[in-house]
Design a protein around this ligand. Structure first.
Ligand code: UDP
Length: 411
């Protein structure tokens, strides 16, 4: 049996004051035909990264809407996660090798996990490339409505990786992508749903936190509250470009010597490469004591991440490639304009000049950071627009409604 993730109870009605009664009533109505439908989400990790973050809320809310939903996590060791990390990068276009041995490892772990997967479900949602072979290797009566949820951008994949993965992906009738253009060529689905990720406005990370409290947390990590703070919250990963953020910060610091930078990143259990990149980031920071590189081993959990997002003067997300960028959503929701890389789902969230700025270079990132630090009034105004943009488009209730609509179409 695969590990089932234990989940807290969550209640849709608690979201009504934020999104409105009508939204909640609609969800309940649309969920009527799906009462007690057995749903399982399967992914690679119960914590770290955006997928785990979303399932943490979506699955309990599916339950509150009357579905019999659960979440299971596949098993793997470093040899498997090294391959899946390469697959994550390769499917997003990185020029890396895919050896026969890597293919064998991926197949072996997918077969093993498929054998351990038990239960009979109405809807099975497989998240991302790690467990994508679960349908191919399925055993017995697991159910026949399978969807593959792709959280990454496979529009320009490395052909070696795409040729290997596409046949497994093609076995699914239903696929969910974040953006239509993310679908790689040569795969065809009977049903293609476009669903953007969302955040939970009531999670410890996103629920309202008094500014003083947030500032207290940040001060506890050694940042000086009398001086401006810029931050990026992200895994330590080349696509998130923490080194570029340091370079941009250095340009800002030339003009504004008092500025401080916090780079906050969690180390996910399925991301062995993270340690290498963390090390690289620390070395790039050198002996500048105004650069604070922090991760979950310093006790930076969800609550602290929320505090950093709330207490920063400017939030940066300088991604070069990005699936969607939940950290952008989280910061916008806290009323912060975000300076983000013009990549993936970031432009859906950052309306350039309104909710933040889209940048495609270190220099532009530095310029916009400085502009916002020098004009707090404008930053505040943009922050208000940012929060409203998220409220309307990127909260978890919208996500739940999209899944319910999809399941109804698959039924
Ligand atoms: N995150 C976190 N702690 C950290 C770094 C990231 O809790 O130190 C969370 C972050 O708040 C967000 C998720 O991990 O909810 C990352 O999602 P995103 O879509 O930004 O990127 P991904 O890691 O999935 O590529």
């Amino acid at each position: 049996m695969l590990d089932r993730v234990e989940l807290e109870k969550k209640h849709l009605d608690d979201y009504a004051p934020i999104v409105g009664e009508e939204v909640i009533a609609d969800i309940r109505e649309f969920a009527q035909p799906l009462q007690d439908a057995r749903v399982v989400h399967v992914n690679a990790t119960a914590y770290g990264g955006g997928v785990a973050e979303m399932l943490q809320t979506l699955v309990p809310l599916m339950r509150d809407a009357g579905l019999d939903a659960e979440w299971q996590v596949i098993e793997g060791t470093d040899e498997f996660f090294n391959v899946t990390k390469a697959a994550h990068n390769g499917l997003q276009g990185m020029d890396i090798e895919l050896t026969d041995e890597m293919k064998d490892i991926w197949k072996r772990y997918n077969r093993m996990n498929a054998e351990k997967f038990e239960g009979d479900y109405d809807f099975i949602v497989i998240h991302d490339p790690q467990p994508a072979g679960m349908l191919h290797y399925r055993q017995g009566e697991a159910g026949d409505r399978w969807a593959w949820r792709c959280h990454i951008d496979t529009s320009h994949p490395n052909p070696a990786y795409w040729d290997f993965f596409a046949p497994y992906i093609n076995e699914y009738d239903t696929a969910i992508f974040t953006m239509e253009q993310y679908v790689g060529s040569g795969v065809q689905f009977e049903r293609l749903a476009i669903i953007t990720p969302t955040i939970d406005p009531l999670s410890p990370k996103n629920k309202p936190m008094p500014l003083d409290e947030a500032r207290g947390v940040v001060a506890g990590y050694g940042l000086d509250l009398e001086r401006p703070i810029i931050s990026q919250v992200s895994r330590f990963d080349p696509w998130k470009d923490p080194l570029g953020v340091i370079d941009a910060y250095r340009i800002v610091k030339d003009q504004m010597p008092e500025v401080q930078l916090a780079l906050v990143g969690s180390m996910a259990s399925d991301d062995p490469e993270g340690w290498y990149y963390l090390d690289k980031t620390i070395r790039h920071a050198g002996d500048d004591l105004d650069i604070h590189v922090l991760h979950n081993f310093h006790g930076v959990g969800a609550y602290e991440v929320g505090a950093f997002q709330s207490a920063s003067d400017v939030v940066i997300q300088k991604s070069i490639r990005e699936g969607f960028g939940l950290v952008v959503t989280e910061a916008l929701w806290k009323g912060k304009p975000v300076i983000g890389g013009d990549a993936g789902g970031i432009p859906l969230q950052i309306i350039d000049g309104e909710t933040g700025f889209l940048v495609d270079s270190v220099a532009a990132c530095a310029e916009k950071t400085l502009a916002l630090l020098e004009d707090p009034g404008r930053a505040e105004e943009m922050g208000k627009a940012a929060r409203e943009h998220v409220r309307r488009n990127f909260l978890t209730t919208r996500h739940l409604a999209d899944y319910i609509e999809l399941f109804a179409a698959m039924a």
